[in-house]
Design a protein. Structure first.
Length: 238
């Protein structure tokens, strides 16, 4: 079909790879996407698409390499920086400082508002049936907060998590990480409030209970209904 529409061979291979990836046939997808890269090594789209397949397969170093190759061709592409930063964060042996630099630069280049659009996003749009333009900004700020937290910069982490929470205020993971960053700054009351908000959204998460107890001794108000105890948590010592 792509040949009939006049597309070049590299685009044909890339389309086949995206179709296979959509069906979660990752080895076949990788073969086609690699052929696309070999046919057109100067096109950053093909490196980006192959990187997404590597991410699906958990091949973090290969994904980082492909995204780095794409960035050599498009050094000021926020989407590429966001993707490489996320890959570094997901990789157990990833460079967290480099991830923070990528994510911070992505945020500056896009003015803090990252959307899935443009030439790099064409295949992703195809795989999602072309529905809308996703807002990646909350994920960008959340990942940046996580990177700063892991680098030992809780102040910058709080700022990034607060931005993520403003964009998506009912996301329990965002609130949970914000609480932990506030705790690292000894801002215990804010940490407790954020943890309570997170627990109301995700009451079955045991990690939030453990983090709440780590803030200090917890007292219960006796006159409360069963199941409402979280609403009356009080910190009695720091």
């Amino acid at each position: 079909m792509a040949r009939l529409n006049g597309q070049d061979p590299a685009s044909v291979y890339n389309l086949r790879g995206c179709l296979a990836r959509k069906e979660r046939q990752f080895p076949a997808a990788l073969r086609h996407l690699t052929r696309a890269v070999r046919r057109a090594p100067g096109d950053p789209r093909f490196y980006y698409d192959r990187a997404q397949c590597h991410l699906d397969m958990g091949n973090w170093p290969e994904a980082i390499d492909d995204l780095s190759s794409a960035l050599e061709l498009m050094p000021d592409a926020p989407l590429l920086l966001f993707s490489r930063g996320g890959a570094q964060m997901a990789f157990e042996a990833g460079d967290v400082e480099a991830a923070a630099e990528d994510l911070d630069r992505a945020a500056k280049l896009c003015g803090g508002c990252l959307r899935g659009e443009g030439p790099l996003w064409e295949s992703r749009k195809f795989m999602s049936s072309g529905s809308g333009t996703p807002d990646l900004s909350p994920s960008l700020w959340y990942q940046l907060g996580c990177a700063h937290a892991r680098c030992g910069r809780p102040g910058k982490a709080v700022a990034a998590f607060q931005t993520a929470c403003r964009l998506m205020p009912r996301h329990p993971a965002f609130l949970h990480e914000l609480a932990k960053a506030c705790q690292a700054l000894r801002r215990y009351e804010e940490a407790a409030a954020d943890l309570l908000a997170a627990r109301r959204l995700e009451p079955g998460n045991p990690l939030m209970q453990l983090d709440m107890r780590a803030l200090g001794k917890v007292n219960y108000v006796e006159l409360c209904m069963p199941g409402e105890e979280d609403d009356v948590f009080m910190l009695t010592k720091f």
